[in-house]
Structure formats: structure tokens, C-alpha cells
Design a protein around this ligand. Sequence first.
Ligand code: FAD
Length: 106
Amino acid sequence: PPDVEALGRATWSFLHATAAYYPARPTTHQRANMLNLIHALPVLYPCTHCAADFGDKIKEHPPDVSSRERLSKWFCERHNEVNERLGKEMFDCAKVDERWKDGPPD
Ligand code: FAD
């Protein structure tokens, strides 16, 4: 079975970075592909219980792919739900760009 922790870190890196560089005004094509990417996770993510849980969360909180800012916030909130379940620290979603796009201020 996959290393669920390493897989999770790699996947969150991919998802947060992809959201951080998603367009402020995405085309219909870009929105549709982002929705496909998100909806593929409950089907394909190779941690079955993680995938099932994420599928439930998507139903509760439909993805907002309308802008870079909203999508980044949406992923941050979903990641925080997992953090909470695992007893990890909550992440301040005001800092997603600092973490995943701009780097720390100097
Ligand atoms: P991670 O949680 O992997 O975070 C990596 C880095 O992201 C952190 O160091 C921090 O800089 C940043 N970060 C943290 N929180 C946020 C946030 N809210 N927004 C933006 N950036 C943030 N594991 C399980 O054991 N059970 C599960 O049910 C489960 N479900 C998962 C579902 C999905 C869709 C994914 C992608 C992963 C899931 N995982 C699950 C894995 C889990 O979330 C962690 O990735 C794993 O435990 C490693 O944790 P970590 O402490 O190294 O940091």
C-alpha cells in the first residue's frame, strides 16, 4: 500500500500549487478541467478511505472554481478539515499565497 503521509504531502503540494497559479478569470475550459481534476480524486486517489471521505466533503462543499482566490480558499478549507480529523494544526487560509505562491515576505 502507498505511504499515506508522503502521498498526502505530495498531493497537497500539487493541489495547492495548482490552485495558487490558477487564473483569476478562468475560461470555461479551465474551469471544466479543474472540476474534472477534483472529481477524479474520490475515484482514483490511492488511499481508499481518504478518497471516500474527500468525496463526501465535495458533496457537502461543492468546489468553487470561479477564480484563483476562491479555489485556493476552497482547497485550504478542505485540507483544514483533514487536519482537524487527524488532530493536526489548522492552517491560516489568509496565508495560502505566502505558502504556495509568493514565499515569505522579506
Ligand atoms: P500535510 O497535511 O500533508 O501538509 C503539507 C503542508 O501543507 C504543510 O506543511 C503546510 O505547510 C501546508 N498546509 C497545511 N494545511 C494547509 C491548508 N489547510 N491549506 C494550505 N496549506 C496547508 N491522511 C489520513 O491519515 N487520513 C485521511 O483521511 C486523509 N485524507 C486525505 C485526503 C486528501 C484529499 C489528501 C490529499 C490527503 C489526505 N490525507 C489523509 C493525508 C494528510 O492530509 C497529510 O497529507 C499527511 O498526514 C501528511 O501530513 P503532514 O503533517 O506532513 O502535512
